[in-house]
Write a protein that binds this ligand. Sequence first.
Ligand SMILES: [Fe+2]
Length: 115
Amino acid sequence: MLSKNMEKALNGQIRIEAESSQVYLSMASWAEVKGLEGISQFMYKHSDEERMHMLKLVKYVNERGGQSSISALTQPKAVFESFQKMFEDLYEHEIFVSKDCQRRTLQPACSHRST
Ligand SMILES: [Fe+2]
C-alpha cells in the first residue's frame, strides 16, 4: 500500500509526464507544419515516450492501492521563433522536469531519458 505522501508525489509526476508529452507533441506539430520532418518525427517519438512514462506511473499507483490522479494540463507553447529556439525551450523544460522530480525526492525515478 502506498503512503499518502508517496501517492501525492507520484501523482505530481504523472502530471509532469503528461505535460511533457504535450510539450513534445506541440513541438512535433510545429516542426511538421514547417517541413522539418526529421525533427517532427523525433518530437512525436518523445511525446509517445512521455505518455508511456505517465501510463506506467498511473498503473503503478493504482496497482498498489492508490488512486492515480488525471488532471487538467497547462497548454504548451505552440509557436517557436526557430527550431533552435524550440530546442532551447525544450532544454529548459527538461531542466524544470529534473528539478521538480528531485524536489519530490523521487531521485531514482528521475532519469528522464529515452527508454
Ligand atoms: Fe518522462
